[in-house]
Design a protein around this ligand. Structure first.
Ligand SMILES: CC(C)(COP(=O)(O)OP(=O)(O)OC[C@H]1O[C@@H](n2cnc3c(N)ncnc32)[C@H](O)[C@@H]1OP(=O)(O)O)[C@@H](O)C(=O)NCCC(=O)NCCS
Length: 68
């Protein structure tokens, strides 16, 4: 997802949805943590759109969490 040519086409949203389905439904995890570099507002938007909630931040990262 680091190549600019593939950004903004919905792949990140779809990848996040599939990853969450896998870890919750197949692996049986109950909580997933995520972080995004503060400057990456696109990543933060995709996390929030997928149901992650903001839980904290420091000088470099913003931190998110989602429960099953
Ligand atoms: C973050 C990343 C994985 C998202 O993947 P993607 O395929 O580009 O994302 P999508 O196309 O599924 O969705 C992009 C969404 O962000 C929105 N968006 C675009 N630029 C934005 C910005 N500067 N600020 C906030 N939102 C933005 C789009 O409108 C879209 O939202 P919508 O679906 O509600 O309209 C990818 O773009 C990226 O930056 N990859 C490299 C960096 C990386 O690996 N980051 C993860 C750790 S920080």
């Amino acid at each position: 997802m680091q190549n600019n040519a593939v950004k903004g086409k919905g792949y990140g949203t779809q990848a996040e949805r599939l990853a969450l389905r896998f870890v919750f439904d197949v692996l049986g995890m109950t909580t997933v943590l995520a972080d995004a570099i503060r400057e990456n507002t696109r990543s933060q938007h995709v996390l929030k759109k997928g149901g992650f909630r903001f839980v904290g931040e420091d000088e470099i990262f913003r931190y998110y969490c989602i429960d099953r």
